[in-house]
Write a protein that binds this ligand. Structure first.
Ligand code: FES
Length: 160
């Protein structure tokens, strides 16, 4: 991340309550994640220990230490979705997004082009629509692998 941008952010939140949180939030907003180099730079400039910055980033779910995609897909792995084909749906999604098999077991997967980040959850609160997934806050229910391309096309995805 550009150090001029970082300096501006650091200056903006210096001497205000919640400085650490606000600074990290601004970096997350700007980059889509909090790069390690940015954390080191903030630590040097503010005197806040790196360990404290790291603790904040790992405690709050809003922060990510890895680059995230432009669109966030959350696949439900709850019981209702599981029994109604959730695992098949996830597999089809991984195929469509061309996720290498070595990465498929990870909790958060980002496509190489950083268009999508795929995550899972225990329940999206709409079990009657199972199997369900959410993209950027929009719920898609009664899904089948066949319906997935049409959903993804709404988010700039192009069929290979
Ligand atoms: S189990 Fe999937 S929405 Fe509840």
């Amino acid at each position: 991340m550009d150090t001029r941008k970082l300096d501006k952010i650091i200056e903006q939140y210096s001497n205000v309550p919640g400085q650490v949180l606000l600074t990290l939030e601004a970096v997350q907003e700007e980059e889509g994640y909090v790069p390690k180099e940015a954390m080191c730079y903030i630590s040097q400039k503010t005197g806040v220990p790196l360990s404290q910055l790291f603790s904040v980033c790992t405690f709050y779910a809003a922060f990510s230490l890895k680059p995230r995609g432009k669109h966030i897909i959350t696949v439900c792995e709850g019981t209702s979705c599981h029994v109604r084909g959730g695992p098949r749906l996830r597999e089809a999604l991984l195929d469509l997004l061309r996720i290498p098999s070595a990465e498929r077991h990870e909790k958060s997967i980002t496509t190489a082009d950083r268009l999508f980040t795929l995550e899972t959850t225990r329940c999206l609160g709409c079990c009657s629509l199972a199997p369900v997934m959410m993209v950027d806050g929009n719920i898609y229910g009664y899904l089948t692998p066949k319906k997935l391309p049409d959903v993804l096309k709404n988010y700039e995805w192009e069929a290979p």
